[in-house]
Design a binder for this molecule. Sequence first.
Ligand SMILES: CC(C)(COP(=O)(O)OP(=O)(O)OC[C@H]1O[C@@H](n2cnc3c(N)ncnc32)[C@H](O)[C@@H]1OP(=O)(O)O)[C@@H](O)C(=O)NCCC(=O)NCCSC(=O)Cc1ccccc1
Length: 146
Amino acid sequence: MSGDVAAHAARAAAEARPEFGAFFLARFLDLDISYDDEARTCTVVLPYAGHLCNPQGSVHGGVLATVMDVSMGHLCHRFLSTAVTVEMNLRFFRPLTGHGRCTAELLNAGRKLVHLQSRLTDDAGRLVAFAAGSWHRLDAKDPTPR
Ligand SMILES: CC(C)(COP(=O)(O)OP(=O)(O)OC[C@H]1O[C@@H](n2cnc3c(N)ncnc32)[C@H](O)[C@@H]1OP(=O)(O)O)[C@@H](O)C(=O)NCCC(=O)NCCSC(=O)Cc1ccccc1
């Protein structure tokens, strides 16, 4: 790890709080998280950084998965309730070699399960990756006593 990256990681760790938008990974990746309250969407911008790349020189797929997961989780938290990922399906259509921007939207909000999608595009607006995920609401009431 270069000194710059180590300093960046240390700063992110020092500034991190266990809150939406402020936890360590959001800080380390320099995510810009915003919402459209009318459309009920969450947009996350991922600035390009060389240390996030795989050996082929494009942003690592795991980083993209993290960012898309963040977009769906923050959407749930903002418009429904805090929730956790149950499953996520991802497709990568082209390598990302610059900034990424993904927008998550609701497909169906059930009382317990929420289904969402997130589309990630590059600076030219080209579709880089698509994710679909299911989330479990943590405010869901279990009607069956255990
Ligand atoms: C190549 C393919 C898999 C299949 O392509 P097809 O569906 O048959 O479509 P097509 O051939 O039309 O290509 C589409 C566009 O892509 C462009 N392009 C293609 N190849 C390259 C290239 N090498 N470099 C630059 N650009 C390339 C190509 O020019 C075209 O653009 P254009 O329309 O001309 O402007 C494509 O879907 C893809 O790259 N997906 C993203 C995969 C990805 O990024 N996964 C996540 C990271 S993996 C990871 O991190 C895991 C890991 C861990 C550890 C170590 C290593 C790895």
